[in-house]
Design a protein around this ligand. Structure first.
Ligand SMILES: N[C@@H](CCC(=O)N[C@@H](CS)C(=O)NCC(=O)O)C(=O)O
Length: 206
């Protein structure tokens, strides 16, 4: 197997996931800024033209960070990050999707539309960016409330849902102030949880 990747939040989700499981595979850097992900041979691997992409040993490809993580969990079930029984699996999926759709997705939309970072390849609408930033800011309250009552996002242990939210918050911290991107992130329960998650060996130095 090999992983096509870049220094980017979605590739980071897969790196952290692999580090949690102790999985090491060769990595192939893709230059997003030079449009390496839009080249014909790359789009043949992932028609969405995004990183990460996992190439399997039979020459087929998987994309979408969570799908890649699910596949790796199937190959190496422990430590479990997607849930053991029907209820836990559903709770983890629920929180992962909430984090991805309501926070990460809005942060990404705000970043892309406010900074125009990929204006060579997509239309940027600053008003859309402002609305997305506001949406991300307001949804953060849901995660703050949840982390006030739960040690980790989906329950009492670390899972893929924590990886998604922590990577998204790290991303939002990094782009704070760029192109008027402004999402006030400081929340006491999130701070406590983020400290626990980002000091795990899988996150350190990434
Ligand atoms: N839903 C996809 C999103 C992938 C994605 O948006 N990747 C970004 C980097 S974090 C990318 O490749 N951006 C390059 C571009 O938009 O041209 C996933 O979970 O993998």
């Amino acid at each position: 197997m090999k992983l096509y990747e870049a220094e980017s939040p979605n590739a980071l989700r897969v790196w952290v996931f692999m580090a949690e499981k102790g999985i090491e595979i060769p990595r192939v850097p893709v230059d997003l800024f030079k449009g390496g992900n839009l080249a014909e041979d790359y789009v043949a691997k992932n028609p969405m033209g995004r990183v990460p992409v996992l190439e399997l040993d039979d020459g087929s490809y998987l994309s979408e960070s969570v799908a890649i993580c699910r596949y790796l969990e199937g190959l190496q079930p422990e430590p479990n990050l997607f849930g053991h029984d029907a209820l836990e699996m559903a709770q983890i999926e629920m929180w992962n999707r909430r984090a991805e759709i309501n926070f990460f997705g809005n942060v990404a939309m705000a970043f892309r539309n406010l900074t125009g970072i990929f204006k060579d390849r997509e239309t940027c609408v600053p008003e859309w960016g402002k609305v997305a930033a506001e949406e991300a800011r307001s949804k953060l309250g849901v995660f703050e409330a949840r982390l006030g009552e739960s040690a980790y996002l989906a329950g009492d242990r670390f899972t893929i849902a924590d990886i998604t939210l922590a990577v998204a918050i790290r991303f939002a911290e990094r782009v704070q102030g760029m192109g008027n991107f402004d999402v006030e992130l400081a929340r006491p329960h999130i701070e406590r949880w983020l400290g626990a998650v980002t000091t795990r060996p899988s996150f350190v130095d990434r």
